[in-house]
Write a protein that binds this ligand. Structure first.
Ligand SMILES: Cc1ncc(COP(=O)(O)O)c(C=O)c1O
Length: 481
């Protein structure tokens, strides 16, 4: 079986031993040479052979989409695609008003009007490339280089999906065979669990604490891995402002996790929608994607970025950055599932980002993270007033969540794990406050007294009242009301 997202016939470049999967021999098609020859050593395409799922290997290229790039060859007259003629479309131009970051020397945002017309509008109304609108992909590649220090042509590429969720789904499908082992941090973003469960992955939880994922727990799991069991294919982790914990993994832990990934041969799926929402006092830790760039060999990190928390959640744009063979497998999935992300939202997004420029974009994200820092502070002050002595928590340093443990037992011995589920789902709701019980985020089920509260949308004037209502039900549960 061969894999090649763009449909062209390429020579096979050898295969590798299968260590994670079902023993089916696999060959991956050689990938075209990177644009730039550099000294960075990248893992060869054959390395990924044992990682790619049988489902993905069986997926055939979309024969029309694979030929789209040839339409751009100078002098070629294309009779290829069934693309509609945009002259028949009713929308001829768009005008959008954006709040642009403050210009130098000023402190307030300025409103700007941006026009989308001509060839840009035509691109927005037409089918486009599976991997994304080229100018937007190029903009994001430039941002990755600026943000994570990874140079183009050094073993990574960028593709676009309908939010990171789309790419999480496609990456799991690209990698997981039924029965494969995968590592996930615990508690974990609950949006990945139904996907992994439906793929019948064997989920191994890795503990977290106030410094993020516990590399010591990961090490313990791997050192004690049963001899005949295939090693896990990947670790899924949210390194900044984790969902639900709101916590950020320290640099030291990240380095340890990377070293373990090398030693035990697994990939790191770095899901990072809260990267730009970091507001911690300490220096921001580098991403796994950046840290990998310091190693002798790159190609184990698959990074997911999202515009949902910084530009618009409704625009549905996310990016995957990582090794070509895995991105090709995900793009192949896109080509057969939904063809591409909406061209119109990509063109609008590119127009906005281009008007910001990289510096404007960074300023914008700083304003966004400062907004959430202020909300966090208001929320935490109210937490101290209402739930002091009734809950325990670590202060989040990124993102929009508080993850706190309710002390439901008023005796000093808290040996048995209490469960917040009933209290949050029924009693708190009946008392007029809605939050998520921690059980939703446990990868393999169980009880927990933890609760996730989001402070992103709640009106600051309602925070005190919401937590007061929660206090009332906690006091009742403790027999103190
Ligand atoms: C950790 C995490 N990953 C992925 C997503 C999905 O984001 P998107 O809107 O980019 O699909 C979310 C959404 O809340 C999230 O918290």
């Amino acid at each position: 079986m061969t894999i090649n997202a763009n449909g062209s016939a390429l020579p096979v470049n050898g295969s590798t031993k299968v260590s994670h999967s079902d023993g089916i021999p696999i060959e991956l098609v050689a990938t075209p040479a990177p644009e730039k020859q550099t000294n960075v050593k990248t893992l060869p395409p054959s390395f990924y052979a044992s990682f790619i799922s049988a489902e993905s290997r069986a997926r055939k290229p979309n024969s029309i989409r694979g030929l789209f790039p040839l339409e751009k060859v100078p002098g070629v007259i294309s009779l290829l695609a069934g693309k509609p003629n945009p002259e028949t479309f009713p929308i001829s131009s768009l005008q959008i008003t954006v709040r642009a970051p403050p210009e130098d020397g000023t402190s307030s945002q300025v409103e700007k009007t941006l026009d989308i017309s001509g060839s840009r509008m035509a691109a927005g109304l037409q089918y486009g490339s599976t991997t994304g609108y080229e100018p937007l992909v190029a903009w994001w590649e430039g941002l990755q280089t600026r943000t994570h220090g990874r140079t183009k042509g050094e073993g990574w590429q960028v593709s676009m999906g309908s939010g990171s969720q789309d790419f999480l789904y496609k990456s799991f499908h690209a990698l997981v065979n039924p029965g494969d082992y995968v590592l996930v941090e615990s508690p974990v973003y609950s949006g990945v669990l139904p996907i992994l469960e439906s793929l019948r992955a064997q989920i191994i939880p890795v503990d977290t604490d106030s410094s993020g994922i516990k590399s010591s727990s990961l090490k313990h799991i791997l050192e004690n891995w049963p001899a005949l069991r295939p090693f896990p294919k990947f670790l899924y982790t949210v390194p900044y402002g984790g969902n639900p914990t709101g916590l950020t993994t320290s640099t030291e832990r990240r380095r340890e996790v990377l070293a373990l990934a090398q030693k035990y041969n697994f990939l790191i799926l770095e899901d990072d929608p809260y990267y730009f929402l970091y507001y911690g006092k300490a220096l921001r830790p580098p991403s796994y994607f950046a840290l990998e760039g310091e190693l002798e060999e790159v190609g184990r990190v698959l990074r997911f970025d999202s515009l949902s928390k910084i530009l618009s959640a409704g625009i549905r744009i996310g990016f995957a950055s990582g090794p070509k063979p895995i991105l090709d497998a995900m793009d192949l999935h896109t080509a057969s599932a939904n063809l591409q992300v909406s061209s119109l939202t990509q063109v609008i997004t590119h127009t906005v980002l281009e008007s910001y420029g990289y510096e404007g974009f960074v300023k914008h994200t700083e304003m966004v993270s400062e907004f959430y820092r202020q909300r966090r502070d208001i929320f935490e002050e109210a937490m101290h007033r209402q739930l002091g002595g009734l809950a325990e928590w670590s202060t989040p340093e990124a993102g929009m969540f508080f993850w706190f443990k309710l002390l439901l037992n008023n005796t000093s011995s808290q040996t048995i794990e209490e469960d917040s589920e009933e209290l949050i789902q029924s009693k708190a709701f009946e008392n007029g406050v809605l939050a998520l019980p921690g059980t939703s985020f446990l990868p393999t089920g169980g009880k927990t007294a933890y609760v996730r509260a989001s402070f992103s949308l709640v009106d600051p004037n309602d925070i005190e009242e919401a937590l007061k209502r929660l206090r009332e039900v906690v006091l009742k549960a403790r027999g103190e009301a």
